[in-house]
Design a protein around this ligand. Structure first.
Ligand code: CP
Ligand code: NVA
Length: 331
């Protein structure tokens, strides 16, 4: 039977089958080809979507905006301070109002329960643009980038996540790797390993798909032979500023360095969901440098700028993959 995602929400990848994820990736490639050749694809003309952000964003917001407009839709953006939601109006009431006006809702926020409630109460597809627990749209862009670099043959390849492996991105990577037959390694101190419930959920999926899940606190063992080295910021949105000191101390051995990259597969690539603290050209970067004397955080600038780094292809792929999710669920 063919895949049909019409009317579905996109809240976390555990809810999607391997076949459904592969379908979204194939659709993403098609949308990328259409964009590259300048072929119009206003397939959802007449529909309207709203983007609700409780946290800041560049890539996710712009991908939903440009993707929505390329598909011919009207797009409303509500920033963290400009709606009634949370202050004067509950998530439930907001969902019931927006569901009357819009065909789809994107939500970026803190609680996974909030995006789930929006989906339950609005009656329209809701897309999770990142919560404290999951970042599912990011995964499609990441895997499309891996596919592009390994000739669409990703089964059996190994992806290692270095650093704060308990965060939303690392958890989501574990799920998508397990579903698609890629070996996943979480490499960081034990205190930053993914929660047991995610590991327990992913292990049988990985076994079914012929791949492995490994947790290690040994940086060299973690990266040895890896095809994809992935990292993310050491402090995620919503975490207090005070955790920086502790994270720098715990995670410095897991910074992605040229030395660590030398242990990876010959054709390995480096990925990062971005934004990244790889130099001091940002407020956070310069503030950390001043406070802790560290000028590169989760990745060395030399790796970030190296040929192996595919982070800007990955960022572009956010748009093509988000377009695929909107099209598949709204068509
Ligand atoms: N990777 C990602 O989600 O980026 P933004 O925070 O800019 O949306
Ligand atoms: N883990 C990061 C991802 C940002 C795209 C955060 O939640 O801030």
């Amino acid at each position: 039977m063919g895949v049909n995602l019409s009317g579905r929400s996109f809240l976390r990848l555990l809810d999607f089958s391997t076949e459904e994820i592969e379908y979204l990736l194939a659709l993403s490639k098609n949308f990328k080809d259409l964009k590259r050749t300048g072929t119009p694809h206003r397939y959802l003309e007449g529909k309207n979507i709203v983007l609700l952000f409780q946290k800041t964003s560049t890539r996710t917001r712009c991908s939903f905006e440009v993707g929505g407009m390329d598909l011919g839709m009207g797009v409303t953006y509500l920033d963290p301070g400009s709606s009634q939601m949370g202050k004067k109006e509950s998530i439930e009431d907001t969902a019931r109002v927006l569901g009357r006006m819009y065909d789809g809702i994107e939500f970026r926020g803190f609680e996974q329960a909030d995006v789930e409630e929006l989906a339950e109460k609005s009656g329209v597809p809701v897309w999770n643009g990142l919560t404290d627990l999951w970042h599912p749209t990011q995964m499609l862009a990441d895997i499309l980038t891996v596919q592009e670099n390994f000739n669409y043959d990703i089964k059996g390849k190994t992806l290692v996540f270095m650093g704060d492996a308990k965060n939303n991105v690392a958890r989501s990577l574990m799920v998508v790797c397990a579903k698609l037959g890629m070996n996943f390694v979480a490499c960081g101190p034990k205190s930053c390993w993914p929660a047991d419930d995610v590991v327990d959920a992913c292990k049988p999926i990985a076994e079914e798909n012929g791949c492995t899940i490994t947790l290690t606190d040994d940086p060299v063992a973690g990266v040895t032979g890896a095809h994809v080295v992935y990292t993310d910021v050491w402090v995620s949105m919503g975490e207090p500023d005070e955790v920086w000191a502790e994270r720098i101390e715990q995670l410095s051995p897991y910074r992605v360095t040229e030395e660590l990259m030398s242990h990876t597969a010959k054709d390995s690539i480096f990925l990062h969901c971005l934004p990244s603290v790889h130099d001091t050209n940002t407020t956070v970067g310069s503030d950390i440098a001043e406070r802790f004397g560290v000028t590169e955080m989760e990745v060395e600038d030399a790796v970030f700028e190296s040929k192996k780094s595919k982070v800007f292809d990955e960022a572009e792929n956010r748009m093509h993959t988000i377009k695929a999710v909107m099209y598949a669920t709204l068509k």
